[in-house]
Design a protein around this ligand. Structure first.
Ligand code: RB5
Length: 149
């Protein structure tokens, strides 16, 4: 079976240009970006966009999700309310690698008012090139899942 290379992207109004740059970047690296918008600069509510992306990941439609708002924090909080999603906000590449390696994160949140484009792309690369290590980390991730009820 062909591995799922689709990555859903969404954001609020603060992060449209950065989100589109990330979509182009990951396409250059062999991923299939699914950019679900928004595309206009009108003020919009980050929980709606975080939820929409998270549902794509939780359903298996997309392997990963990348979501953005001004800080990354609010959209991360919304995404993490969807069962099956583990999303972390990262402002440097080390944490992005570690949320994959240790936490088996399936979504990455970024703050468009926190990181510039070059740093954001480095964070995305760290996230997408690191595998879950499993081993001693697997039961801890299971403990997170058990909290979902
Ligand atoms: C929008 O002004 C801002 O609140 C939003 O992008 C995000 O930073 C919330 O967490």
């Amino acid at each position: 079976m062909t591995p799922n290379r689709r990555i859903v992207l969404s954001s609020d109004h603060t992060a449209i240009a950065l989100r589109q740059a990330i979509a182009a970047h990951i396409a250059d690296h062999g991923w299939e970006p699914l950019d679900i918008g928004p595309t206009t600069p009108d003020s919009t509510d980050y929980p709606r966009h975080g939820e929409a992306a998270a549902r794509r990941v939780a359903s298996g439609d997309s392997r990963f999700g990348i979501i953005l708002c001004g800080t990354g924090q609010g959209i991360m909080m919304a995404a993490n309310k969807v069962k099956g999603v583990r999303c972390g906000v990262c402002a440097e590449p080390y944490s992005a690698a570690m949320i994959r390696a240790h936490n088996d994160a399936n979504m990455l949140a970024l703050g468009a008012r926190v990181v510039g484009q070059a740093l954001a792309l480095a964070i995305v690369d760290a996230f997408l090139t690191t595998d879950f290590e499993a081993g001693r980390h697997a039961p801890r991730v299971e403990m997170i899942k058990a909290l979902e009820g």
